[in-house]
Design a protein around this ligand. Sequence first.
Ligand code: FES
Length: 77
Amino acid sequence: MSAMIVCVCKRISDHQIARHARAGMSFDDIQMELGVATQCGRCEDCARGVVAQCSVGQPIAALHRAPCACAEGASAR
Ligand code: FES
């Protein structure tokens, strides 16, 4: 499964966010750790969605979903 860049400003992928979420970190923790959504903020909803879907207790398969609109610009770079 290829990674999708969620945060273009900080070049943070959904895999990085998911790994931290599965380790039990909250969105705020991950934001502090990785810096996701700390610049333009456009990725915040998408990043929060990844955290919600990958938090402890959620099935890993939930990560397989359609990319959100905030990642569309990432593939063009
Ligand atoms: S895309 Fe994440 S802060 Fe700008």
